[in-house]
Design a protein around this ligand. Structure first.
Ligand code: ZN
Length: 466
C-alpha cells in the first residue's frame, strides 16, 4: 500500500509537468476554430471533406495517424486513435463537421467570418458543433504532444451529416467501421454550461434523448358543394382532432435522468421555481404545474412525457369544393422507454372520432437508445471536472431533440453530451444553435477545451506506472 501511495505522488507530480500552457493553447485553439468556422460545411450539401482535410493536416503534423471513412467522397468522416495500455475499454470523443443552413440577410457579421466582437466569436457552427470538433481535436493534439500515458485508447471521430443526413455520418460509421470506433464511453455534443446574468448556474450533461416519431391524422368525409356546408366536412373533423391531441396532457413519466434533473434543479433555483419543480412530484399539484410549464417552459414540459406537435396541414384545393380528405402531420418525440403502439392507441382514444385515422409514419429514424448511467464512475468524473473548471453543479439532461449519440447508445456505448458555457439570455436574442445568428463567448471556447482535456485525462489518463 505504501509503494502505491508513493507511485501516486510521483504520478501527480508527473501530471503537473503535463499541464498544458493554456495561454499558448488558447492561441492555437482560436486559430483552428476560426479556420474551421470559415470552411462552409452547410448541410445540405455538406462538403464536410473540407473540414476533414483541415483536421487531418493538424493531426498528422503531430504524428497522429488518421483514417478517412466516406460513403460519399465529398462527405468524409475522420477517425483517429491514441493507444492506451488496454486496461480499460476505449473512450470516444466526437464532433460533427456539418452545420445547418443560413439566411445571410439575418447576420450582422458574415456567417463564415469567425469575426470577434464584444467577447464573442460569430459564425455558423460556433456552438453547433465546431466547438466540440475543435475541443476534441485539441485534446488529441495535447495528449500526443505531452505524451500522456493512457489506460484506454482515445478515439476521435469527426463525423459528417449530423444535421439530418446520418446515413453519411454516424450511421455509416456504426454499420461499416464499427471495429475502428467501438468504445465503452463517448463524449459528444448535447450538453452546456448555463450562465444567468454572467454567473454560471449549472452544467447540463446529456445522458438521454427522446426518440423522434411521426404520425399522420387523416380525416375522411363526403365531398360536396361549398354552398351547402356539412357537419361531416373532413377539415372540421381534422381541426377538432388536432385541437384535442395538441391540448392533451399525455401521461407524465420520469426516468432516472429527468427525476434527478428536476430534483436537483429545484435545489439551485429561485424559491418560486423551486416550489414549481417540487410540485411535479406532488400528485395534488402536478397537473396545474404541468399546465404552467406547457405555457411558460415548453422545454421542461416536453421532458415529462412523449410530446406531440402538429406541424403540417394539407387540405382542400378549390374554394367551392368541400374536400373529402384532410391530413395533419404530427411531430412526436417519444420517451426512451415509450411503448409506441400503446401510445398510438391512447391517441386514438383521445381523438375519439371514427372519421379520423391515426397513421404511424416513417421518418429518418434514430434507433431506440436507453439512457446512459448517472450512477457510475464516468458521470461522477464529469461532475468532478465541471466542479473543477466551472465551480458549478451538474445536472443530467434528457434532450428533447435527437443526436448522433442515439446510434452509439443503441450499441451499448455510454454517451455523455457536453458543451460550452452559454448565456441563458443569448438564445432568446436569436444567437443559439440553429438560430438566425450563432456565436460563442470566446472565453467559453477556451474553457471548453480545458474542460475536454480535464475530462479525457480523468477518464483515460493512466493511474498505473508505465
Ligand atoms: Zn449539432
Amino acid at each position: 500500500m505504501r509503494t502505491s501511495f508513493a507511485v501516486v505522488l510521483v504520478l501527480s507530480s508527473l501530471a503537473l509537468a503535463q499541464t498544458p500552457d493554456w495561454q499558448k493553447v488558447n492561441e492555437e485553439t482560436l486559430r483552428h476554430f476560426s479556420a474551421l468556422v470559415q470552411l462552409d460545411t452547410t448541410n445540405p450539401p455538406g462538403n464536410e471533406t473540407r473540414a476533414v482535410e483541415y483536421v487531418k493536416k493538424v493531426l498528422e503534423s503531430e504524428g497522429i495517424p488518421v483514417i478517412i471513412a466516406a460513403k460519399d467522397p465529398a462527405r468524409a468522416n475522420l477517425i483517429a486513435r491514441l493507444k492506451g495500455n488496454g486496461s480499460k475499454k476505449p473512450l470516444m470523443i466526437m464532433g460533427h463537421t456539418d452545420t445547418v443552413r443560413i439566411d445571410a440577410s439575418k447576420w450582422t457579421q458574415p456567417p463564415f467570418s469567425a469575426a470577434r466582437q464584444g467577447g464573442h466569436i460569430y459564425g455558423r457552427g460556433t456552438v453547433d458543433d465546431k466547438d466540440n470538433l475543435t475541443a476534441a481535436m485539441m485534446t488529441m493534439v495535447l495528449l500526443k504532444r505531452l505524451k500522456v500515458p493512457l489506460d484506454r485508447d482515445v478515439i476521435f471521430v469527426a463525423e459528417a451529416g449530423e444535421e439530418a443526413s446520418t446515413a453519411m455520418g454516424i450511421q455509416y460509421l456504426v454499420e461499416n467501421h464499427w471495429k475502428e470506433i467501438e468504445a465503452e464511453v463517448c463524449l459528444a455534443e448535447g450538453g452546456s454550461v448555463t450562465r444567468r446574468n454572467g454567473q454560471v448556474r449549472y452544467a447540463l450533461i446529456q445522458t438521454a434523448e427522446k426518440l423522434p416519431q411521426a404520425a399522420k391524422l387523416v380525416a375522411h368525409g363526403p365531398a360536396g358543394h361549398g354552398s351547402r356546408p356539412l357537419r361531416s366536412n373532413a377539415i372540421l373533423h381534422l381541426s377538432r382532432a388536432i385541437e384535442k391531441i395538441a391540448m392533451w396532457d399525455p401521461p407524465m413519466r420520469l426516468n432516472d435522468t429527468t427525476r434527478y434533473y428536476f430534483e436537483k434543479l429545484a435545489t439551485i433555483s429561485t424559491p418560486e421555481e423551486r416550489a414549481r419543480y417540487n410540485a411535479l412530484f406532488d400528485p395534488a399539484k402536478a397537473a396545474a404545474t404541468r399546465e404552467f410549464l406547457a405555457e411558460r417552459e415548453p422545454g421542461h414540459y416536453s421532458m415529462l412525457h412523449t410530446s406531440i406537435s402538429p406541424n403540417i396541414i394539407t387540405a382542400g384545393y378549390q374554394v367551392n369544393v368541400i374536400p373529402s380528405e384532410a391530413t395533419a402531420t404530427l411531430d412526436i418525440r417519444a420517451l426512451p422507454d415509450e411503448d409506441v403502439p400503446a401510445f398510438f392507441e391512447m391517441m386514438r382514444k383521445v381523438i375519439n372520432d371514427p372519421s379520423v385515422e391515426v397513421v404511424h409514419e416513417r421518418r429518418n429514424q434514430r434507433p431506440v437508445a436507453s439512457p446512459s448511467r448517472i450512477d457510475g464512475e464516468t458521470f461522477r468524473a464529469l461532475e468532478a471536472t465541471v466542479q473543477k473548471i466551472y465551480n458549478a453543479p451538474t445536472l443530467p439532461q434528457m434532450s428533447t431533440g435527437a443526436t448522433d449519440m442515439a446510434f452509439l447508445r443503441s450499441k451499448g456505448v455510454q454517451c455523455y453530451g457536453i458543451g460550452p458555457m452559454v448565456d441563458e439570455e443569448d438564445a432568446p436574442k436569436g444567437f443559439g444553435a440553429h438560430s438566425d445568428q450563432e456565436r460563442i463567448l470566446e472565453e467559453a471556447l477556451y474553457k471548453f477545451v480545458q474542460f475536454n482535456w480535464e475530462s479525457v485525462t480523468a477518464l483515460a489518463g493512466s493511474r498505473q506506472p508505465q
